[in-house]
Design a protein around this ligand. Sequence first.
Ligand code: CP
Ligand code: NVA
Length: 304
Amino acid sequence: MAHTRHFLTLLDFSPAELNDIIARAIEMKKEHRAGADQRKFPGQVLGMIFAKSSTRTRVSFEAGMAQLGGHAMFLSPTDTQLGRGEPIEDSARVISSMVDIVMIRTFGHDIVETFAANSSVPVINALTDDFHPCQLLADIQTYVEHRGSIAGKTVTWVGDGNNMAQSYINAARQFDFELRIACPEGYDPSAELLAANAGRVSIVRDPMAAAEGADLVVTDVWASMGQEEEQKQREAAFANYQVNGELMSRAASDALYMHCLPAHRGEEISAELMDAADTVIWDEAENRLHAQKALMETLLLANQ
Ligand code: CP
Ligand code: NVA
């Protein structure tokens, strides 16, 4: 177990390893589109534990594992003993004795850490309250495909200091870019994470100022899963934090904008930008498939 590699945050891989995964994702996407047989892992099983809803993550992992020749098993707390209080430690020990790799989407980040510490196979964080590293692989892949390396670029985050914002902080460190975070007071990312990345990450309260000259502008929902009851209060707090044409006019002329989806048109992003013919948001969503296939390949080969 001590040697099992996991992917709980972007910090679990070195910058070189992360860049290799991005390059492999781009390559696997081309292979897939050319109809290549990618069934490299026949008989291997991915356990997928979802304590929160999902469209992209479930479809991309399940389709991806099938394309790699393996099988994906959907496990929900309501149908397993996880929802009846079986300890995470015991569940991890049992599940990992029967499958080859596990992905978990849940609430507390400590849950994936505990699972991984007791798992004999690689564990992938498919979103916790604190981090969503798989989405960052897809986002960086998308940037690289459209604009080349993100190293040295300026990225502006507009909105909540949530799991995606915190993943962008880790990405700024690993992929070497400057990150400006425009969020209202009271919605900052973790102070500890900000302090650890003070040289490359800054809080700029005014979203227009934060977007000035940016190469990439990113946003996400104002109320994440588990915060549904705060929706109204958050709509008021984030009213000036919409990514729209006016905000993008402050960014670099070739700037891209991204959103991990699902989106609320007219809230964190304008309908005009969501529905623009040249948006890369749909590539970003599709790249979840390719990036996670590259990630699973890397972890499965490392655990052989
Ligand atoms: N972006 C993302 O993780 O989407 P889902 O919640 O649909 O999986
Ligand atoms: N921040 C959002 C991301 C959804 C993919 C959430 O956690 O609900």
